[in-house]
Design a protein. Sequence first.
Length: 339
Amino acid sequence: MLLSVVVPVYNVEKYLRQCLNSLLSQTLTDFEVIMIDDGSSDTSGDICEEYASLYSNFRVIHKKNEGLGLARNTGLEYVNTDYVMFLDSDDYLDFDCIETLYKYLKDNAVDLCKGGFKRVNDDGEVINRIDYNYQVFSGNYAKSHFLPRLIGSSPSYHDSFEMSVCGSIYNMSPIRNNNLKFQSEKEYISEDLVFNIDYLQHANGACVINSLGYNYRLNMHSLTTSYREDRFDACKKFYLYMHEKLEQLHYSQSTFLRLDKMFFIYLKMCISQEQSKISSLAKKDRLKNISSICRDSLVQNIISNYPIEKLGFKQAMFLKLVSYDLNRFLLFFAERGIF
């Protein structure tokens, strides 16, 4: 086999067949599918068993529930091929996705090839497209110029790449040679980004292509639509972890500004979840939570040292409202989806 596709599975019986059928329809066929049933309580595990019994290149491993990152680690333990791809079990691929990614990976002799993606709803309707211009980052240029753009955009431009490991093909050599693993998302909220940073310290290069073969299903129970009481603490923890990691790797100030801009996106998520349709708290308590975020010393320090004047109007206005703890305005805008 040329390549392995690791598919973590957890309670996705509604979507799993579409995901697995999209693998059966690929134009490149020399690959295996490693399904990791992460302790599903619905029929997802049975569906995995069905496909494993019908197709010789499909196999299933059942394990207790530990989360997405650790399920991917289990999958990596079973990879015996030279390349790996990750596919979330509620998503699906266009018929030529794997072949296109692999072709560009080999043509450019790099370890990582990343494509764009489409966001789709349950009816398959495309909500939006995230596409990139074709670029090659050879050698250490991937570490110095591709990696920072996975973290976030620069102050002046929207030039980031999606941090997800999905929709990419990885050479397994850097993973095996350096024992690379995913963190648990229960520990750090963006385990994909941490994995990519670790991977790119050892990769011989990367390329980004203008392909949209990965279909990412919008999840109405995702981070942005469900209330999480400790979300702000989790965002701070991840920011501080990333800051220390990037310092140890000797990244420049421009990369830290990208990290700051990513943190501002997390702030919007934290404040947005205080809107009435997500939070069940009384208004006074929601305003109190927003004020607590605004007055946080880390938040104030990051904003005070960021070149706000380089941002667009809406982004700059958001940070000004936070810096002055204008919680009522923040809640007003959050209720109307302006942020």
